[in-house]
Ligand binder design. Structure first.
Ligand SMILES: Cc1cc2nc3c(=O)[nH]c(=O)nc-3n(C[C@H](O)[C@H](O)[C@H](O)COP(=O)(O)OP(=O)(O)OC[C@H]3O[C@@H](n4cnc5c(N)ncnc54)[C@H](O)[C@@H]3O)c2cc1C
Length: 287
C-alpha cells in the first residue's frame, strides 16, 4: 500500500487579502446562495487555485514534491483557522508532500467477516529516503515562502514556526502534524510478475474467476501527483477492456525531465536537449 502524506506551512498575512473573513457563520447563506443560483462566489472554488511541482534534490529527474497554495491558513478539514487575531485572521499556506516516497505500507484482512475493517498500516517516515525528502521539502517550501515577493504579505510563519529548525525538529513536527492526502492505493497492483494481483489485460484478479478490480488499488505505484484523474483513466481503459472494445493506443506525451535518459520528447526526437549526466529516474523501483 502507498499513500501521499502532507503538511502545511502556514503564514499570517499582514494584508487583508485572504478568504478568512468568509469563515464567519453569517456569510454562509450568501456563499451557498451565490454558488447555487449564480455558480460563482467563494463557494464556487475549492481555493487550491495555485500549485506546483519541484525537485527536492539533484538526484531526481523530475519533480518529486507537490505544492498547493491556499489563500487561508487552516486545517484540511476546515478546523483551526490560524491567521492570528492581530492580522484579522488573515493567513495563507502551502500544502506539500513527497510524491514518490519509497515507503510501503500494508492492508491486511483480519477476519472472514466482511463487516470487520481491515488493518491499514501506512509506515509513514519509515525509510531513510523518505525522511530525507521530508527535510528537503520543508526547507524548499520555506525557501519559496521567504522570497521577496512574499515580504509584502508575510507577518511571519505560524506553523511549524521558528522553533522548528534542525532536521530532527522537522521530522518530529512532520510526525506530529502531517495528514494523509487521502491517496491510499496500490494494494492490488496490476502486473504479470509474482507479486502482482490484477491482470492488466483483463483487470481480473490472478487465479480467480469472475472477480475484477478497477480502482486506485491496481496502481503498481502511486502516481506523481493527485490520483483522482489517474483513477478515471484506469476506469476508462478498464471499461473498454471489459466491454471488449480495443482500448486507445498509448500516447507519447512530452513532460519535463531533467537528466540523462529522460528526454522531454520521445527517444530519438531531435528536439531533445543535450543530456545531463549523473541522474536517476525519480520513479525507479526502490532498492
Ligand atoms: C476528502 C477527500 C479529498 C480528496 N481530494 C482529492 C483531490 O483533490 N484530488 C485528487 O486527485 N484526489 C483526491 N482525493 C482522492 C481520490 O478521491 C481517491 O483517490 C479516488 O476517488 C479513489 O478512487 P477509487 O475508485 O479507488 O475509490 P472510491 O472513489 O472510494 O470508490 C469506491 C466506491 O466503492 C463503493 N463501495 C465501497 N464498498 C462497497 C461495497 N461493499 N459494495 C459496493 N460498492 C462499494 C463506494 O461507495 C465508492 O463509490 C480525495 C479523497 C478524499 C477522501
Amino acid at each position: 500500500m502507498q499513500d501521499h502524506l502532507e503538511v502545511y506551512i502556514q503564514h499570517a498575512s499582514k494584508q487583508p487579502v485572504s478568504i478568512a473573513p468568509w469563515l464567519k457563520h453569517r456569510h454562509k447563506p450568501r456563499i451557498g446562495a451565490e454558488w447555487m443560483f449564480l455558480r460563482r462566489g467563494v463557494g464556487a472554488s475549492n481555493h487550491f487555485e495555485a500549485g506546483g511541482f519541484v525537485r527536492s534534490n539533484d538526484r531526481v529527474d523530475y519533480p518529486n514534491l507537490m505544492f498547493h497554495f491556499l489563500p487561508i491558513a487552516i486545517r484540511y478539514d476546515g478546523s483551526k483557522p490560524a491567521g492570528g487575531e492581530e492580522n484579522g485572521g488573515h493567513g495563507y499556506q502551502v500544502h506539500i508532500g513527497p510524491m514518490y516516497s519509497d515507503v510501503r505500507g500494508s492492508l491486511k484482512i483480519r477476519s472472514r467477516d466482511p463487516r470487520e475493517h481491515p488493518a491499514l498500516r501506512f509506515n509513514y517516515l519509515s525509510t531513510e529516503n523518505d525522511r530525507r525528502e521530508w527535510i528537503e521539502m520543508v526547507r524548499a517550501a520555506r525557501d519559496i515562502l521567504e522570497q521577496p515577493a512574499f515580504s509584502a504579505f508575510s507577518a511571519g510563519e505560524i506553523s511549524p514556526g521558528p522553533g522548528v529548525q534542525t532536521d530532527q525538529e522537522i521530522l518530529d513536527w512532520v510526525a506530529q502534524d502531517a495528514e494523509t492526502a487521502l491517496h491510499p492505493s496500490c494494494t492490488a497492483k496490476m502486473g504479470t510478475d509474482d507479486a502482482s494481483v490484477v491482470d492488466p489485460a483483463t483487470m481480473r484478479v490472478h487465479g480467480t474467476q469472475g472477480l475484477r478490480v478497477v480502482d486506485a488499488s491496481v496502481f503498481p505505484y502511486v502516481t506523481n501527483g493527485n490520483i483522482y484523474a489517474p483513477v478515471m483513466m484506469v476506469a476508462e481503459k478498464a471499461a473498454d477492456l471489459i466491454a471488449g472494445n480495443t482500448p486507445l493506443a498509448p500516447l507519447d506525451v512530452p513532460f519535463y525531465r531533467h537528466g540523462t535518459g529522460m528526454p522531454l520528447w520521445p527517444e530519438g526526437d531531435p528536439r531533445n536537449a543535450a543530456p545531463v549526466p549523473g541522474t536517476v529516474r525519480a520513479d525507479a523501483e526502490p532498492s
